[in-house]
Design a protein around this ligand. Structure first.
Ligand SMILES: Nc1ncnc2c1ncn2[C@@H]1O[C@H](COP(=O)(O)OP(=O)(O)OP(=O)(O)O)[C@@H](O)[C@H]1O
Ligand SMILES: [Mg+2]
Length: 129
């Protein structure tokens, strides 16, 4: 079962963090892995606000042969012209450190990103137990 949360304000980022933590606990992740996925979620939610004027995230606990949490962030912002460049540490078009996207990838077991300039960005991450 998936649940969708809006990401429009800093309070929404707090809510996303709380729900991701709860679902990570539910899926049996240890404390370190919980924190990894919460941190990754936080970075992706913040990017949606900072660069796309907000978005949504679909949260899902996976309870199959493997257990884990899957998060899909979607926005209808300007998109990312060069995803490979955006993933590089230190690359930013804003005021950040340029570490969020690459960090989120490193903190995840699986990471995929699709972005279409003029349409938006979709980032999917999974953290397996
Ligand atoms: N959802 C998005 N829509 C449009 N552009 C994005 C989105 N997410 C990231 N980007 C682009 O990718 C760049 C790199 O993102 P990243 O999160 O790594 O760094 P940052 O947000 O600039 O800084 P930090 O996350 O370290 O505070 C951003 O500066 C922005 O240009
Ligand atoms: Mg960022």
């Amino acid at each position: 079962m998936t649940e969708r949360l809006d990401i429009r304000s800093p309070e929404d980022v707090v809510r996303v963090r709380q729900r991701v933590r709860a679902l990570a606990v539910e899926s049996g992740l240890g404390l370190v892995d919980q924190t990894k996925v919460v941190t990754a979620a936080s970075e992706l939610a913040r990017n949606a606000i900072d660069y796309a004027g907000g978005g949504v995230v679909d949260l899902e606990v996976i309870n199959g042969t493997r257990r884990g949490v899957r998060l899909v962030f979607e926005d209808q912002g300007p998109g990312i012209p060069d995803v490979e460049l955006a993933l590089r540490d230190g690359f930013t078009t804003g005021n950040g450190l340029g570490l969020g996207l690459g960090g989120a990838k490193r903190l995840s077991s699986e990471f995929s990103i699709e972005s279409v300039p003029g349409q938006g960005t979709r980032v999917s991450i999974t953290r397996w137990k």
